[in-house]
Design a protein around this ligand. Structure first.
Ligand code: NAP
Ligand code: MG
Length: 528
């Protein structure tokens, strides 16, 4: 429970929001409006840092709305941030882990106090509906707390080992996990708070120092995360916030010789290149890569079709299909294909697309002009390859004229070998196909580069089969709350197999923190 509210925010709250949540969000949004369009610096070594070149952050809901002006970082700024983080590492890594936990819990508490303000920024900046926007921020604080809890539960990852028998000597052996050095966090636009703050919290609590760079579409949200670290009293240089294009300042950070490790969340192509860069230096450096998805659901004829339809629509169109866990492939057993698809189309056509900050909107705009153009190109391609059952159009009239609004789109009849069964579209478009045997459905479900999330609806016996055969890191069965989406720290640690992730361990999970440290064995021998 946040100190400021009388309820605990989780993904589940999003379905039954208390009235207070709406009131608080509306107040925060109103308070924010007079502050739009201001300039924001980078934060390097705890100091405001400005560059000659700037870039504008505009809302995808209305491109006339200037949210803020941000610094367009260069290699020189990347170097400054890296140097500050490198200087702070000896001190921070030797700060007792209990003190680090204390400071990070304080940062999480500050995020709680600012949840609604930050949620309003996320909604304006990304185009997330208010529930999802608040959720992104609440999840960030929970991810940071989870890292603190794991540090504590594992006693700072110091483990006494067996003492090897030596005649005439006594030995004492200890395993210690120690931080790597300067850790880079490069995050995507779609969960700018959680996917920056979560890994940042893990890197910091384990004793690494931090440089973080947000997506060009979401510099403001990440600036606010940095402010929470600063206001918690995390020392200068320990965390640094750099903004600017991935291809320039991002690449300069990656190429910097001081970088000890990275958590990159984003697309497959950029992530795989980073992975190669990190393994081709003088030694291999850790690269935690959280990449794309092409997430399937399989629905058997034994499924509860209403639950399936609800879960499918939520996961296909939440955040306009721009979640790495979004449901993009629906496989339905033939006898229930028409009935289920009719339910899906019916629910989809009832979704309200509009201003994401408005209480009534289910879906906001897609994130930028490139995504908007992609949507139109994919729809035109799919209209030829198959049949668009609902959606397929952009909305441009009245208040929609200056935003990137797309209708949620369900497509059927696309041949199995079409490229769009393979490629992540990252848009409110989902494709359905019938199957005759569960084995055939599983073969198709697994026949992609990715293995992030997956869903199933059917009998209990079939569920066991599904968990056994599916190649994915986060899997759900018979879940109306979301077929493939809606993970929450502590409940569903998040990560992918195959092309969806590099570490094989999920973020916010049991095995996550050790990824940020290397092991050192201490053996001390005494005569006698
Ligand atoms: P993206 O285009 O790959 O960008 C991700 C981040 O990388 C951005 O900060 C971007 O900066 C930066 N970047 C781009 N090129 C770079 C380079 N050469 N060197 C260093 N940094 C570089 O991804 P996105 O469109 O923001 O996000 C969508 C993707 O993220 C999807 O594929 C989605 O599935 C994936 N995702 C995965 C997870 C997961 O947990 N597995 C979660 C969320 C999203 P700029 O914005 O300035 O280009
Ligand atoms: Mg923008």
């Amino acid at each position: 429970m946040t100190p400021e509210t009388n309820f605990k925010l989780t993904y589940a709250t999003m379905f039954n929001p208390p009235e207070e949540l709406h009131t608080r969000f509306d107040e925060a949004l109103a308070a924010l409006k007079p502050n739009l369009g201001k300039e924001h610096g980078m934060i390097i070594d705890s100091k405001e840092h400005f560059t000659t070149e700037k870039f504008e952050d505009r809302s995808p809901t209305d491109t006339n709305l200037l949210l803020g002006v941000f610094q367009k970082g260069t290699t020189a700024d990347a170097n400054l941030a890296m140097d500050a983080a490198a200087r702070a590492f000896p001190m921070w890594s030797r700060t007792p882990w209990q003190e680090r936990v204390c400071l990070l819990r304080k940062a999480a508490d500050i995020m709680d106090q600012r949840t609604f303000e930050m949620g309003a920024v996320v909604s304006l900046e990304v185009g997330k509906n208010r529930m999802e926007a608040i959720g992104d921020v609440a999840e960030t604080a929970d991810l940071i707390r989870y890292s603190c809890d794991r540090m504590e539960a594992n006693n700072g990852f110091i483990v006494e080992l067996g003492n090897d028998p030596l005649v005439g000597f006594t030995s004492r052996n200890t395993s210690v996990l120690r931080p790597y050095g300067v850790w880079l966090v490069i995050s995507p636009f779609n969960f700018p708070a959680a996917l920056t703050g979560g890994p940042a919290g893990a890197a910091l609590v384990t004793g690494n120092t931090l440089v973080m760079k947000p997506a060009t579409d979401t510099p403001w949200t990440v600036r606010l995360i940095a402010e929470c670290f600063r206001d918690a009293g995390i020392p200068a240089g320990v965390f640094n916030y750099v903004s600017g294009p991935g291809s320039t300042v991002g690449q300069a950070l990656i190429d910097h010789p001081q970088v000890a490790g990275i958590t990159f969340t984003g697309s497959y192509d950029v992530g795989m290149k980073i992975g190669r860069d990190f393994s081709s230096g003088k030694w291999t450096r850790p690269a935690i890569l959280e990449l794309g998805g092409k997430n399937p659901v399989i629905v058997s004829r034994h499924a509860n079709l209403d639950d399936a339809a609800t879960g499918i629509v939520r996961s296909a169109f939440g955040l306009q299909g721009q979640k790495c866990s979004a449901l993009s492939r629906i496989f339905i057993e033939r006898p229930v294909y028409d009935t289920l698809l009719a339910k899906v189309v019916d629910l989809t056509s009832k979704l309200v697309v509009g201003d994401p900050t408005a209480r009534t909107s289910n879906m906001g705009p897609v994130v930028n002009k490139a995504a908007y153009r992609d949507y139109q190109a994919f729809c035109s391609e799919l209209n030829t390859a198959g049949k668009i059952l609902t959606g397929g159009k952009v909305i441009t009239d009245g208040s929609y004229a200056n935003g990137y609004f797309c209708t949620p789109t369900v497509v059927s009849g696309v041949p199995a070998d079409h490229r769009l069964w393979q490629e992540e579209m990252f848009l409110p478009i989902t494709m359905a196909a019938p199957f005759d045997t569960l084995e055939e459905a599983m073969a198709r479900a697994n026949n992609v580069l990715y293995g992030l999330t997956a869903g199933f609806y059917g009998s209990e016996q079939e569920v066991e089969w599904f968990f056994d055969k599916i190649e994915a890191g986060v899997t759900y069965a018979n879940r109306p709350q979301g077929a493939t989406t809606g993970a929450w720290p502590g409940f569903q640690p998040f990560g992918g197999w195959k092309g969806s992730g590099s570490s094989g361990k999920n973020a916010g999970g049991h095995y996550y923190l050790p990824l940020y440290m290397h092991e050192q064995i201490h053996t001390i021998v005494k005569r006698g």
